[in-house]
Design a protein around this ligand. Structure first.
Ligand code: ADP
Length: 486
């Protein structure tokens, strides 16, 4: 049950609400109690004022030793209230007069002596002119007020006690009200909270069940976005954009698989056909067998090349192609590559020139850079007609090496230029295949671009028109040893 967000939300909500209500009730109760006490104190103070005024007036009319007692009796009769007790004590602490026993109902100590708490209050009152306090007695105790006054040159203390019964009853009523209002409020709020949580989470439940139904077959389906500005709308949008990315990568993957199998099918078909022809003829000359074997070898080489390229790209995609970084000279590597490609160029009577460059130390993966340079040289020679020219330059104009390979081939049509780095893309399928002696399947530039990017550089087609093309690789001088091909 606790696994449900709805239930957890409701429980949290209920717990917080209970805490808030209880704290609120306690605060309200204590404020109520304090203000009641304050009102009582004001009342007692005013009552003492009125009592002493009456006492003063009456004392003037009386004479003799008991004049104060008689005047007090009159004042008591005039100010007698149900819940109040008046008493006057002389300086020695002896009671001069009182409206009733002090404190009332002194059953506990036999009815003659004041209760200990009253005595304590009386003793304390001798030390100040006015004193408020609490005195035990009766059912709910008393609020006591003591005030010093003088009459006929003698000091007395007037004590007024007010029963706290009414206040207690009122506070009990307040507490009782809280006692039933709070549980009802909590129950109602919890039920409401549960339904609110259910209603708010309903779209999430709907989303999750819809998301659960989305698979490879219906990857194009998207979650409905009710309100794109609220949190659920944003969640649905994030989920939809995740689906977008997933379906794009799924499509890319499918296209890659389809293109790859298409590319592999041709050499395999040639291999099979050639083998079948060779086997079907009983008597064949050695020359004919040799020719067949040459075709088989050429196609097998082509197959190997494609499979290797595919493997490289797959590992690069998965971020599993760690760079083997080391220090070497880029100009030397370019020289070696130009030297290797020279035979190819000679066969097509293409002049291959490497322009002088200064020392170019670099920290990079030598074999990957070799592969990139050879790919570019291979393309330049492949797509340049006989008698043409291929020029290689390598400079360091700023913080990165600029390696350019320029040919005098027919160039790439402007509308196809943006696509030449795509996998399996060939600007002129027919021409590429025909002139492609066991070569690539439109993967060379993709791999070359990945190699440049893996070195935090880039590879661009900087120029291509009817006079030829220039491919330029920009390579930083050094990579940190932690860099990988991912
Ligand atoms: P391929 O194996 O077909 O050479 P690449 O990825 O190396 O594959 O090149 C993709 C396409 O770009 C080629 O098929 C070709 O049409 C075009 N291309 C690449 N380099 C050149 C170049 N130097 N001159 C003209 N076209 C080129």
């Amino acid at each position: 049950m606790l696994d449900s967000v709805r239930v957890r939300l409701t429980l949290w909500y209920t717990a917080v609400l209970t805490f808030v209500l209880v704290v609120l009730a306690l605060i309200t109760y204590s404020i109520f109690w304090r203000s009641t006490l304050q009102r009582t104190d004001v009342n007692l103070s005013e009552l003492s004022e009125a009592f002493l005024t009456t006492l003063d007036a009456e004392a003037k009319d009386q004479s003799g030793p008991d004049s104060l007692k008689q005047a007090a009796q009159v004042a008591i009769n005039e100010h007698r209230f149900r819940d109040h007790v008046f008493a006057i004590f002389d300086d020695a602490g002896n009671m001069v007069v009182s409206s009733q026993d002090v404190p009332p109902e002194p059953a506990a100590n036999g009815g003659s002596l004041p209760s200990p708490s009253f005595q304590r209050f009386l003793d304390a009152s001798a030390r100040s002119d006015r004193l408020f306090g609490k005195v035990k007695g009766g059912k709910d105790g008393y609020r006591a007020f003591a005030r010093r006054f003088s009459s006929s040159g003698k000091k007395y203390t007037l004590v007024i006690l007010q029963s706290l019964h009414a206040q207690r009853e009122m506070l009990e009523e307040v507490a009782e009200t809280f006692a039933w209002v709070i549980p009802i409020a909590i129950v109602l709020a919890s039920v409401g909270g549960y339904f609110l949580a259910r209603k708010s989470l309903a779209p999430v439940v709907a989303m999750s069940s819809h998301a659960g139904r989305i698979g490879a077959a219906n990857l194009h389906e998207r979650l409905a976005v009710q309100n794109e500005r609220d949190e659920l709308g944003q969640l649905a949008q994030s989920f939809n954009s995740l689906l977008d990315r997933l379906s794009q990568s799924f499509e890319r993957q499918q296209r890659f698989m389809a293109d790859a199998s298409h590319e592999l099918r041709t050499p395999v078909a040639i291999l099979r056909g050639e083998a079948e022809v060779a086997l079907s003829q009983q008597a064949r000359s050695q020359e004919e067998y040799r020719e067949s074997l040459e075709v088989l070898h050429q196609e097998a080489a082509r197959l190997t090349h494609i499979v290797e390229d595919l493997f490289t790209l797959t590992r690069a995609d998965a971020g599993q192609y760690p760079l083997q970084l080391r220090d070497f000279y880029l100009d030397e590597l370019v020289g070696e590559c130009v030297h290797s490609a020279r035979t190819l160029a000679l066969a097509k009577k293409i002049s291959l020139n490497l322009e002088e460059s200064c020392e170019s130390p670099i920290h990079a993966d030598e074999s990957l850079l070799r592969r990139m340079i050879l790919n570019l040289l291979d393309n330049a020679i492949k797509y340049t007609p006989e008698g043409g020219r291929v020029t290689v330059t390598c400079n360091l104009p700023g913080h990165e090496y600029v390696l350019s390979i320029t040919d005098t081939g027919g160039g790439i049509p402007a509308e196809l230029q943006p696509r030449i780095f795509e996998r399996f893309f060939r600007a002129d399928m027919a021409r590429s295949r025909a002139e492609n002696d066991g070569g690539g399947a439109g993967l060379g530039l993709s791999i070359s671009r990945w190699i440049a990017e893996a070195h935090h550089g880039r590879l661009e087609l900087t120029r291509s028109d009817s006079a030829g093309s220039t491919f330029t690789a920009y390579l930083p001088t050094g990579l940190s040893p932690s860099a990988t091909g991912s």
